[in-house]
Design a protein around this ligand. Structure first.
Ligand SMILES: Nc1ncnc2c1ncn2[C@@H]1O[C@H](COP(=O)(O)OP(=O)(O)OP(=O)(O)O)[C@@H](O)[C@H]1O
Length: 366
């Protein structure tokens, strides 16, 4: 995937809906060849930003710049709209055959019938639905309809493909199949894409960059790794699942970017180069907290190993969430089989450990 100059820039974007400002973003850009996911809580403005970037919602203030040119009148807006494609959660297909639907964008763009049939058939093939070509689009399952809608979008070879919650209405196996096909297609065609999604796993699987929205503003933009593992503030940390948030102070600086943090009456070793005395927030991913019932002697030399009392055990998706009191609150996610093999129960005292590299530390004020 080639990352280069921005294909689309947004400057001082302000959008109002129902008279209320719901988007206020000073600077935003989409790089060519990349897949950017917009994530954030309900109502944070993911869909609004996506619709704004695709010129389907009017700006109250600000400008969009496509390939270095301002979209500033009806003609430039139409030119831009012809070069992009939008896929919605609801596929919005025409009441005709699947093949006609997939070739419809090419027809509008004046591509002759033989060529548009060739291209449409190619994308039906790539999306695994060539057998549906003559089927009425009104008689498709949700998954088939979304594949048709995605084939239609790719068929015009869009400069930017916008996807607004494209998998939300699909059952898990259909979702899984489509996401892996879409991923392959994005890579094969090196298509620039922007996806609004509430599903962080989808964002991680499809995108190289993620923007986290909070109340109509961008809280953080960066590589998937930066956003997921190095959130810039407490809001992003909590949104991306760093459920344990500890308040502490840098007590000591060690060799090799290591620090000892005072957290309550405990000491935690972490990686970072903040000055001694700095007040900090430390975030720990629950997946990185390992529980054991070993005797203390077996862990005596290990850093970041704490004795903790299990306060609560509750199912959490495919995992169990274990809340501990180690002198500070700590959360761990473990599998059902680990829960059973360790024989964990509420009230029990266990060992909890995590690596210094598994903690993300930021200045408290930031
Ligand atoms: N048609 C509308 N009229 C008025 N306000 C709207 C409209 N659509 C959305 N809003 C408001 O705009 C804000 C952003 O909504 P938006 O749908 O963009 O958020 P979102 O992050 O996509 O949310 P969700 O995850 O629930 O889809 C919210 O405060 C919402 O109430």
């Amino acid at each position: 995937m080639t990352m280069s100059a921005p294909i689309l820039q947004g400057k001082r974007l302000v959008v109002k809906r129902g008279g209320i400002t719901v988007l206020d973003i000073p600077d935003f850009e989409i790089k060519k060849g990349g897949v950017l996911s917009l994530i954030g809580p309900n109502g944070s403005g993911k869909s609004t930003l996506l619709l704004t970037l695709s010129c389907l919602l009017k700006l109250y203030k600000g400008t969009l710049i496509f390939n270095g040119r301002q979209i500033n009148n009806r003609q430039s807006e139409l030119d831009y709209r012809r070069q992009i494609a939008v896929v919605f959660q609801d596929p919005l297909l025409f009441d005709t055959t699947v093949l006609e639907n997939v070739s419809s964008g090419l027809k509008i763009r004046g591509v002759d019938k033989r060529e548009r049939t060739r291209i449409a058939e190619d994308y039906l093939e790539r999306l695994g639905i060539p057998h549906l070509a003559k089927r009425s689009a009104c008689k498709l399952s949700g998954g088939e309809a979304q594949r048709t809608s995605i084939a239609r979008a790719f068929a015009i070879r869009p400069a930017i493909l916008f996807l607004d919650e494209p998998f939300s209405a699909l059952d898990p196996p259909t979702h899984e199949g489509l996401i892996s096909d879409l991923n392959r297609l994005l890579q094969e065609t090196d298509t620039t894409a922007v996806m609004a999604t509430h599903d962080q796993m989808d964002a991680l699987r499809l995108s190289d960059r993620i923007a986290v929205l909070q109340q109509g503003k961008v809280a953080q933009t960066g590589s998937a790794d930066m956003v997921m593992n190095h959130p810039i503030n407490e809001f992003v940390a909590s949104f991306v699942g760093m459920d344990t948030v500890l308040t502490g102070t840098v007590r000591e600086i060690l060799e090799g970017d290591r620090m000892i943090l005072a957290v309550g009456k405990r000491e935690i070793e972490a990686v970072g180069d903040l000055p001694k005395g700095e007040d900090v927030l430390c975030f720990v991913r629950p997946e990185n907290v390992i529980l054991s019932t070993d005797s203390p002697a077996e862990h005596s030399s290990a850093r970041n190993t704490f004795s903790g009392r299990i306060v609560r055990i509750a199912p959490h998706g495919l995992f169990y969430r274990v809340d501990l009191n180690c002198g500070f609150d700590l959360i761990s996610y473990i599998t059902r089989s680990s829960l059973d093999s360790l024989g964990l129960r509420e009230g029990q005292t266990v060992k909890a450990s995590f690596k210094a590299t598994a903690i993300h530390v930021i200045k408290k004020s930031s």
